[in-house]
Each structure stands twice: as C-alpha cells, then as structure tokens.
Ligand binder design. Sequence first.
Ligand SMILES: [Zn+2]
Length: 274
Amino acid sequence: MPRSSSGFILAGLSIVSLACSTSTAAETSREASTNVVIDAGHGGYDRGGIPGQRIAEKTMTLDVAQRLKGLLSAKGYRVVMTRDSDVFVPLPTRVAIANSYRDAIFVCIHFNSAKRVGADGIETYFYSRDSLPLASAVHYFVAGGAPTPNRGVRRRGFYVLRKTKIPAVLVECGFLTNPGEGEYAQTASYRQKLAEEIAAGIRGRSSVASRLTSTRVATAETIPYQPYIDQTKVHNSSSSRSRKKSSKSKSSKKKKSSKSIDSEASATSKKREG
Ligand SMILES: [Zn+2]
C-alpha cells in the first residue's frame, strides 16, 4: 500500500490519542541514545549482485549506508558502521560487531539482482520476532517512498539476521539489474531518498501497531503492522526457475545455510548476504 494513501486513511481515522503523548521526553532521549549498527552489504572483492552485473552493488550499499549514517548521527543516534570503505568484511565479523552493542539495532543495506531484468521492487527481511516492528517500519517507509513495487516483508534465515541477537533487518533497496531501478539507484538524490526512508523507519519503529496490543488506538502516527511472508521453511520456491541453488532437502530443513533458501532474486546472487 502506498504510504500516502494509508497515511491519509489513518489521518482520517485519527482519534488523536492522548495516550500517545505520554511517550515523550524519556522515550525520545532513550531513542536518541540507541546504537544503530549499519551494515553496507558486500565490499572489497565481493562486488555483490550477479556475475556480469553492470552496477556494483557494493558501491550502492556503501553510499546509502553512509547517507543513513549522516542522517541518524544528525538526530543523535550513535552509529556504528560494519564497513565505511570498500573493504571486505566477513559475515561473522559483521554479526560480532552488531552483537557487541546492547540496546542496538542492526540494519543491513542491500540491492537486489536477478537474471530476469523485469524483476523489481523493494523487499525487507527479518528473522527474529523482535525484529518484526523494525522490519515493518523500515519497509513501510522504503516501499512507500520508492516508485517501485512492494515485494513485501519476508521472514528468512539469512546468516546476518539469524546470528544477530538484537533487532535486525535486511532491506533490499531495489533491483540493480532492472533498467528503471538501476537508473534510480545511480542517482544521488534517489540514494538520499532511500536513506531518508530507512531513517524514518528506524525512528518510527516503536510506532508500529502490534497485533499484541489490542488496546492501541490508531492515530495518524501509527505505522501499520506489515503482514509478512514466512520463507523460513522454504524448500521449494514456488517459482521453479529460482531453484538453481536450492540445496539438498536435509540441510534446508535445518536452515543450515541461508544460501540454501532462494527466491528469484537471491537464486542468482551468490553472495547476497554479505
Ligand atoms: Zn547484497
């Protein structure tokens, strides 16, 4: 759903709740002291994307990550980058950095790729239940702000999501293999926009309406809970063309490697996790 329309609907419904105004100073200062670990996907010899891809994913992820860092720092967040230059950082190192901070959140920035050039859209991944509000909020803003299709929030056991002990999300900011999205991604203003939307999601994550809080009154500031697609038990992708890298059934049952579970996009991207 486009953000503008849902925002409009919510505004229309707005029973401006006084309960909401109780979450003020204390939460704001706590929020501002939150550590945000930003993980720019890939780097160094790991270019990201698929073989022969024209636009290097690692460059785009780093740029968005650095823009996000600037935006969050300006709001008082303490930002940690798993990489801040064109270097390769192994996935366990990225996870270790994330897990070394308390009360932190972990945000991985990626772009998608597929052999089918028509593949497009924004998708956001999470794994732990604690990560769902963050995933919902980030996806709500990024998918709402991008002029490309909404591929939904997805639960999946990617290494960096499974191994992190703090709320963690991985946002795929569009397909670099898609002509339209590739062009967008190459403009600084669009990457800035992506960073702004991710920042809005981070800032708004505590406003996600939860299924568990039935007493919550919807207000104009409430971010709708995003339904998600559970892909944690995917053995066979619904799309047969995406099965190229599917592993043998035993290992996929145990979610041994997130690389064994593939969607259309990831099937063609060997190192999409990093
Ligand atoms: Zn990637």
